[in-house]
Design a protein around this ligand. Structure first.
Ligand code: OGA
Ligand code: MN
Length: 288
């Protein structure tokens, strides 16, 4: 029986009572999906961590999973071979720590801006499942905020102003904000920008939500500076301290978040001293 203990007054739950390593029955899978839809961010403690195969099997049961690369990073050598898993840690393929000025480390630092995973893709990400295989002794928490909470707390005048707006999202925009070096033409071609509505009704809960992300470069049809100022204002509102939950990682944790109902970001840690081995699967709105 799945048990849920709230993590924060406004969203999030710690889930227990289901063994994520065993094949999930239909009832448990549905209970987990219901909890994800309700709470937005869900934490499971596992000891030891799920193997890559268990992580992938769990993900396939919960929703469509795309196993094709979503963009190209020049010069990247993969450490994890399973195509369903995104390596979001700080380790090179040989197990050494990434040099902070390497292209891939710079790319990963973009994860420290508030974002929704893969909002730069036309097939939006639903749930991300991030599994901790090694964690630093301090720092490296992941912060979360629920965008349905953020939307509900907007003044009516702002709700009216943003209704019907469409935003352009690009992975290369958020990387530029994070000082990633100028993308190569091949990188740019691997992932062109996309458009998504700023406000929509979250299918899993029926609540209205605001689809914010540092991948947003501008509001379509609005003067650049006006649109960017609007997005900055909404981001600041959505991530005010009372709306944020910080997850302190333990090895074995799997945190699942709904990218269509929340934003998240990584935080600083001594990344040239400590390994942080984090592996993610990403479920999608539509089967590929
Ligand atoms: C991610 C991500 C942040 C972190 O995996 O999508 O943004 O703290 N991670 O590792
Ligand atoms: Mn992310």
């Amino acid at each position: 029986m799945l048990d849920a203990r709230p993590l924060h007054p406004l969203f999030g739950a710690e889930l227990s009572g289901v063994d994520l390593r065993a094949p999930l029955g239909a009832a448990d899978a549905q209970a987990i999906r219901d909890a994800f839809n309700r709470y937005g961010v869900c934490v499971f403690h596992n000891d030891p961590p799920l193997t890559n195969q268990q992580h992938i099997a769990l993900s396939y049961v919960l929703g469509p999973l795309d196993n094709r690369p979503v963009f190209k990073i020049a010069g990247r050598v993969k450490r994890i071979q399973e195509p369903e898993i995104q390596d979001v840690g700080n380790l090179n393929a040989d197990g050494s720590l990434m040099m902070p000025d390497s292209r891939i480390a710079a790319f990963r630092r973009g994860d420290r801006l508030w974002h929704s995973d893969m909002s730069f893709h036309e097939n939006r990400a639903t749930f991300s499942l991030l599994s901790a295989h090694s964690v630093p002794p301090e720092g490296g928490d992941t912060l979360f905020a629920d965008m349905r909470v953020a939307y509900a707390a907007l003044p009516d005048s702002m709700k009216a102003r943003i209704d019907g707006l469409v935003c352009e999202h690009s992975i290369w925009w958020s990387r530029a904000l994070a000082n990633y070096p100028t993308p190569t033409q091949e990188e740019l071609d691997s992932r062109p920008p996309v458009h998504h509505p700023l406000v929509f009704t979250h299918a899993g809960s029926g609540r209205k939500t605001v689809y914010l992300s540092s991948h947003i470069s501008h509001v379509v049809g609005m003067p650049m500076e006006e649109g960017r100022a609007l997005i900055r204002e909404l981001m600041a509102h959505a991530t005010q301290p009372e709306f944020v939950h910080a997850h302190r990682w333990r090895v074995g944790d799997v945190v699942a978040w709904d990218n269509l109902a929340s934003m998240h970001r990584g935080t600083e840690f001594a990344d040239t001293v400590h390994p942080r081995d984090m592996r993610r699967t990403t479920l999608r709105e539509h089967a590929a």
